[in-house]
Write a protein that binds this ligand. Structure first.
Ligand code: FES
Length: 165
């Protein structure tokens, strides 16, 4: 086991023991994010992601997938699809900013006040901007276009390329 993995394990173990003592349940780290359950039977949601260079990529997600975490999985095979997500969907950044096709933007529920506040700080803001970490895909979003803004305000140092989750 690498030193950093040992450090993480050493930090997490007491927390898990304390949680168990209180009767809390913890999920395995691999189950965090959008992978809560089997989605094989969920409806397909085909749509297009336009990368920062303007190239369109046809993709198909499942209903119930979180848009940002779905994009993170795609990034492993297609490095042009980069949505950072610096705060891990906790509404404390705008690095997961995307721009939706207008007819599909209206399908979504209104953004929360917290999401609106974060969007106000997003560069390249448009009338159909949303934070991708707050979007759960549904069949009505089939055919939408998700455009990545030319840049985001990045918490990392320039040149950092985030690892997919
Ligand atoms: S990842 Fe930070 S708000 Fe979406």
């Amino acid at each position: 086991m690498a030193a950093s993995a040992r450090n993480v394990a050493a930090c997490v173990r007491p927390l898990l023991l304390r949680a168990a003592a209180r009767g809390y349940r913890a999920t395995q780290a691999v189950r965090h994010g959008d992978d809560h359950g089997d989605r094989e039977s969920a409806a397909d949601v085909p749509f297009t992601i336009v990368d920062r260079a303007g190239k369109a990529h046809a993709v198909t997600a499942k209903a119930g997938d979180n848009l940002m975490y779905f994009a993170h999985k795609l990034q492993a095979e297609n490095p042009a699809i980069v949505i950072e997500g610096a705060c891990e969907a906790s509404l404390a950044c705008s690095t997961c900013h995307v721009i939706l096709s207008s007819q599909h933007f209206d399908v979504l529920d209104e953004p929360s006040e917290q999401e609106d506040d974060m969007l106000d700080m997003a560069p390249c803001l448009s009338a159909t901007s949303r934070l991708s970490c707050q979007i759960v895909l549904k069949p009505e979003l089939a055919g939408m276009t998700v455009s990545l803004p030319k840049f985001t305000r990045n918490f990392y140092v320039d040149g950092h390329v985030p690892e997919p989750h």
